[in-house]
Design a protein. Structure first.
Length: 163
């Protein structure tokens, strides 16, 4: 009976597969949004202010950071929880694939969230004349919370590796 339960529990890891497929659809949507931003900015590029262009570029950077985060979570999660990815040509395999454990994924996610929050905060500061001071304060506090959380997670991971 114990062996059957263990096999069922082990096989249940495949329930994560649809989640990773869903994340890949999210990545497709992000890619579409990225190109939508570019297509909409092209006709207005010569009449747009420099700060307006910087805000658009920051939006593109934001999308790229989230996309990179999605790829990292999809690949690492699949390899850690479901199955190793077999590549026909090992030279095309990304160097970090198969090397990230759950703790390193969490740390990468936390640092990516800090980077994404930093870009968002920069966008808020660039539009500071249009944004309420109260909103700026909350954005800074939330960003600092992300930074402290990332440091805390990194510290805990470092302490657990010393044991």
């Amino acid at each position: 009976m114990e062996k059957i339960i263990e096999q069922v529990i082990y096989a249940a890891r495949w329930l994560m597969f649809p989640v990773y497929i869903g994340l890949s659809f999210g990545f497709i949507l992000l890619t579409l949004k990225f190109f939508q931003q570019i297509i909409f900015v092209l006709p207005e590029i010569f009449v747009m202010s420099e700060s307006g262009l910087v805000l658009i570029v920051l939006s593109l950077i934001d999308i790229a950071l989230v996309g990179g985060l999605l790829v990292m979570v999809m690949f690492s999660g699949y390899e850690n929880f479901i199955s190793k990815m077999e590549m026909r040509n090992q030279q095309k395999r990304l160097s970090w694939m198969g090397t990230m454990d759950v703790n390193s994924i969490k740390n990468k996610v936390a640092s990516s969230i800090v980077a994404i929050s930093s870009v968002h905060l920069l966008r808020v500061f660039m539009e500071a004349d249009k944004v309420l001071d109260n909103k700026i304060m909350w954005c800074v506090l939330i960003h600092l919370t992300f930074v402290l959380s990332a440091f805390g997670m990194s510290y805990i991971d470092k302490m657990s590796k010393k044991k």
